[in-house]
Design a protein. Sequence first.
Length: 57
Amino acid sequence: MAATLEKVKCACSTCECMVSPDKAIEKDGKYYCGEACANGHADGSHGCGHPGCTCGG
Ligand SMILES: [Zn+2]
Ligand SMILES: [Zn+2]
Ligand SMILES: [Zn+2]
């Protein structure tokens, strides 16, 4: 078994998603699961495109 791909929780405070750093959107040294989270849901969007996730509300 080679190295395990380490996942980190999306830096969006209310987001529960786990993201791989190599696939995540990095902003200010933090990892986000998507654009909506990365920009702090500035557009008022809820959720991040993942089923069941209602972060940003
Ligand atoms: Zn999420
Ligand atoms: Zn997120
Ligand atoms: Zn979010």
